[in-house]
Design a protein around this ligand. Structure first.
Ligand SMILES: [Zn+2]
Length: 142
């Protein structure tokens, strides 16, 4: 049996930095992960050419993941606001916090809903170590 000479990146770390779910090498997004300016996503992985949108409308499912994120964030933001201010009179404070949290976290929700969908909700995009090995051997030592 051949010895493994490369370190396989962990699933959580690869997901956190937006790498392709199959090879964990190629970037899923064009711009930086939390940028407001560029939210462009690559159509396929630059390393293993995995097509990210596996079928038409695939990313609509990410809306449900995003919905879960937003609800969790809004509850956290509003409970946090209550703990800090003890405000029981004005609904405007909570409304302002909720709107701000939604806007500020939008890039995070957009990208990580897709990442969660591709990493943990799509069995077809399972990690294939041999893809990572191919890349490593093709690019160096041999
Ligand atoms: Zn890939």
């Amino acid at each position: 049996m051949q010895e493994t000479k490369y370190i396989i990146p962990s699933e959580l770390k690869s997901a956190a930095i937006g790498k392709c779910p199959r090879c964990r090498k190629g970037d899923m997004f064009v711009g930086p992960l939390l940028s407001f300016s560029s939210k462009k996503m690559r159509s396929s992985c630059p390393y293993c050419s995995l097509k990210f949108e596996k079928e038409p409308g695939y990313f609509y499912v990410a809306m449900y993941v995003s919905y879960v994120f937003v609800v969790a964030e809004l509850v956290t933001a509003c409970v946090g606001t209550y703990i800090i201010t003890h405000n029981m009179e004005s609904p405007w404070l909570y409304l302002t916090v909720a709107v701000l949290a939604t806007i500020i976290l939008a890039p995070f929700n957009y990208r990580y809903s897709r990442i969660v969908l591709m990493y943990w909700l799509t069995p077809a995009f399972k990690y294939r170590p041999e893809r990572y090995a191919d890349v490593k051997e093709g690019g160096g030592a041999a």
